[in-house]
Design a protein around this ligand. Structure first.
Ligand code: ADP
Length: 428
């Protein structure tokens, strides 16, 4: 008979506990695996969050940068939405339009200012760059297009406009408009055009005279004209070509002075001697008009450090003007003296003078007073050139004048001498 051996009760309990432990171990392993997975995901998330945080930081700083560039940029910038409402503006637009930045947001630029074309006509709304850009056209209008803005100040402002559509998924959602006041560019451009036109005109007059005289000689040759008349014509051609050379030299001087390429050399000069030499050279112009030239020179003045070409050009111009703009029998005084820390060189005359209302333009390019035009020929470049050269050399030129009474032009040379200046060319 088989004897049934029963497991003791404790053993049973033990085996149950061992089973439980087995379950616990299995569960624990599963949990650890889960935990590992969770931790992996967690690490990944942390990595993602970190990079998001860095991206956010970067975005914020880009945003700040954009805002700062936007508000400080010199150009007036407006960003509009597709309904033409202003979303963003740069600070400088305030100055241009004359309305505070915050009051511009949400407004339609078409209601804020008008655009005026070259013929003074208001550009209709449909043709305004603002509308064209919202139809997808990029627009670039520079100062040569002669477009103006009327901001209601009573003054038209010449404008340049750059407009670019803003697109999202191929659809236009707004536009960026750049506006710039181009008054300065326009003025420079106009001055250049005026310069070319006056210079060409001044060159054309002597050229016409030269060709007229040559033709006359050639024609007259067929009719065997008297040689004396031929010599007269040739003399005229010679004088005119000399005038032309002087004009071309002056035009070159203007360009050198304006580009800053003029060179100022320094040498010890005897100013009194230069004045005497110039008077001697110009006596042939004064004598036929019976004009007297008196010298009042402080000859004790020691040698002065200056550019001989600038000093001679100055003296020649002032004296030839005094002779040109004096009536027959007039009196001229050339003086040189020391005054405080300067040496003063002056040329006075009792000639036609300069009308008061035109005196502010005396040192501008091509200026010729009305009364001077009637009396003598000239280019209106002499005073402009010497005043510019003297200023670049650290000296100055002043004048007093009264119509029909006379003028005094005074050069102020500082005691220490002219300021030397490096450059490519001297005056010619
Ligand atoms: P230009 O004599 O060739 O016309 P300048 O530049 O030397 O040119 O002079 C400019 C203008 O200034 C002259 O046309 C004249 O109107 C005026 N001007 C200069 N000097 C005198 C002067 N001594 N008396 C009267 N007007 C003068």
């Amino acid at each position: 008979m088989k004897k049934i051996i029963e497991k003791p009760k404790e053993l049973n309990e033990l085996s149950l506990i061992i089973d439980d432990i087995g379950d616990i171990k299995n569960n624990a392993t599963k949990s650890i695996d889960k935990l590992k997975k969770i931790s992996k995901v967690n690490n990944h998330l942390i990595g993602l969050l970190d990079s998001l945080a860095t991206k956010k930081e970067k975005l914020e700083s880009y945003n700040k940068l954009h805002k700062s560039i936007f508000s400080h940029m010199g150009i007036g910038m407006i960003v509009i939405d597709r309904k033409r409402k202003i979303e963003l503006v740069s600070k400088s637009i305030e100055k241009l339009i004359g309305i505070k930045e915050k009051d511009l947001i949400g407004k339609d630029p078409c209601e804020l200012f008008k655009i005026i074309d070259n013929n003074g006509k208001i550009v209709p709304e449909k043709d305004r760059p603002l509308n064209l850009v919202l139809k997808g056209h990029s627009i670039s209008i520079n100062f040569t297009h002669k477009l103006f803005a009327d901001f209601g100040t009573g003054k038209l402002v010449p404008l340049s406009i750059e407009a670019t559509p803003i697109k999202k998924n191929g659809k236009i959602i707004g536009a960026t408009m750049l506006y710039r006041d181009v008054t300065q560019e326009r003025e420079i451009d106009e001055a250049k055009t005026e310069f070319i036109s006056i210079a060409s005109h001044q060159l054309k007059t002597p050229l016409t005279s030269i060709s007229w005289h040559i033709e006359a000689i050639l024609d007259n040759n067929k009719k065997a004209v008297h040689p004396i008349q031929q010599v007269q014509y040739l003399n005229e051609i010679y004088k005119t070509s000399k005038r032309m050379t002087k004009l071309v030299d002056n035009l070159l001087n203007v360009s050198r002075l304006e580009s800053g390429s003029i060179k100022i050399n320094r040498k010890h000069l005897n100013l009194a001697e230069i004045i005497k030499k110039t008077i001697k050279e110009q006596l042939p112009m004064a004598e036929p008009k019976n004009i007297s030239i008196v010298k009042n020179l402080d000859i004790k003045l020691k040698a002065y450090l200056a550019d001989p070409i600038v000093v001679e050009a100055t003296m020649q111009n002032l004296l030839s003007n005094a002779i040109k703009y004096s009536l027959p029998g007039g009196n001229i005084v050339a003086a040189l003296k020391s005054y405080k820390n300067d040496i003063l060189l002056s040329v006075s005359d009792d000639g036609i003078g300069i009308p008061k209302n035109q005196q502010s333009k005396v040192f501008t390019k091509f200026f010729r007073a009305d009364n001077a035009r009637k009396l003598a020929e000239g280019t209106g470049l002499g005073l402009y050139i010497i005043n510019n050269a003297l200023t670049q050399a650290g000296c100055s030129l002043k004048f007093t004048s009264a119509k029909d009474k006379g003028s005094t032009f005074t050069v102020i040379f500082p005691n220490q001498g002219m300021k030397p200046k490096k450059g490519l060319k001297t005056l010619s």
